[in-house]
Design a protein around this ligand. Structure first.
Ligand code: DGY
Length: 320
């Protein structure tokens, strides 16, 4: 049995495969593989551990229908044609739960960085202008006691709600298809319409999966419904917001600030105006990028792989 791994993963993953007596090939080079190259590698292997491989579409699963399992090294599986994998009888697994805290921390980091204008101050020092010379200069905004609107109160949104209620006594509004009674009980979270959430929140943080329904969900129309003092934070998928309209909203002062861990497209162009704005903070999709979390994700991916190779049910399955 041989596993193909398309990017370098934490060492624990190789150890687990070796202990199980499974051979593997790792693509360690840059540039990362394109879809055609990934297919060629997969053809010589029984399983595929895929860290963000683009193009896992119906044709991929048809050409690679010999695969016993595709183990995604991510929780998200937008861009992966799960129906096509299922049709070919290929189990697909992901890495749920283990990245909830790290991703919620990333949302919090964006909130704090934007709220306290951290990059503005850092850049000022770099330009030789240490400190605030006037008491009215370079001021941020408090988060404590403010209202956080969570769009998609699932596992990651719930972690963020816990952090923000425990540490800052923030009020939680949420917009979800389903009611979340646990969060209502634990954090006093209140389910509201999207319009109410936009109108009443001081921070809007997005945690939805990317689906046909959520694609382009945040554009000028929604930004205009937010308070001019509000922050927009997205750690889910870049295609959930319309980037041009976000840029315009920030430039026109319709929004106070934005923090993004996800952009559309990724990677973001170094010419993107958001990178020069004092009220925007951009991270390169690092939501799960801590040593502990990446190791935990690797464990999930390898557990899925080993189960798939044995023809057993995956511990973290995605196919229905
Ligand atoms: C995930 O696991 O889906 C993260 O967004 C990394 O892609």
């Amino acid at each position: 049995m041989k596993v193909f791994i398309n990017k370098v993963i934490p060492a624990v993953g190789y150890q687990m495969l070796e202990e199980a007596g499974v051979d593997y090939t790792v693509w360690k080079e840059r540039p990362i593989l394109d879809r055609g190259q990934a297919i060629q590698f997969c053809k010589g292997h029984d399983a595929f551990i895929s860290a963000g491989q683009a193009g896992l579409d119906a044709d991929f699963f048809h050409q690679c229908r010999h695969l016993k399992v595709v183990a995604l090294h991510s929780v998200g599986f937008d861009g992966v044609d799960i129906a096509a994998a299922t049709e070919q009888g290929i189990p697909v697994g992901n890495t749920p739960n283990v990245l909830n805290k790290a991703t919620a921390e990333t949302a919090l980091l964006l909130m704090l960085t934007v709220a306290r204008r951290a990059l503005y101050h850092h850049k000022k020092i770099k330009k030789g202008n240490w400190g605030i010379s006037q008491p009215t200069e370079g001021l941020g905004i408090d988060l404590a006691g403010k209202t956080l609107g969570i769009v998609g109160l699932g596992r990651i949104g719930t972690e963020l709600a816990a952090m923000c209620t425990q540490s800052w006594n923030m009020k939680i509004l949420y917009h979800n298809r389903n009611t979340n009674p646990e969060a209502e009980q634990a954090f006093g979270a209140k389910k509201v319409s999207l319009d109410t959430l936009l109108a009443q929140s001081d921070v809007v943080s997005v945690h939805t999966a990317l689906t046909d329904e959520t694609k382009g969900m945040f554009g000028m129309e929604q930004f205009k419904k937010m308070k001019p003092t509000a922050l927009f934070v997205n750690t889910s998928r870049g295609a959930v917001h319309k980037e041009d309209e976000l840029i315009a909203a920030l430039q026109k002062g319709i929004l106070w600030g934005a923090g993004l861990d996800v952009t559309n497209p990724e990677p973001m162009s170094p010419e993107n105006p958001l990178l020069d704005m004092d009220n925007a903070v951009i991270f390169p999709h690092i939501g799960s990028a801590t040593q502990e979390t990446r190791e935990a994700m690797t464990r999930c991916a390898v557990e899925n792989t080993l189960a798939g190779l044995k023809g057993e049910k995956l511990p973290y399955p995605v196919n229905p």
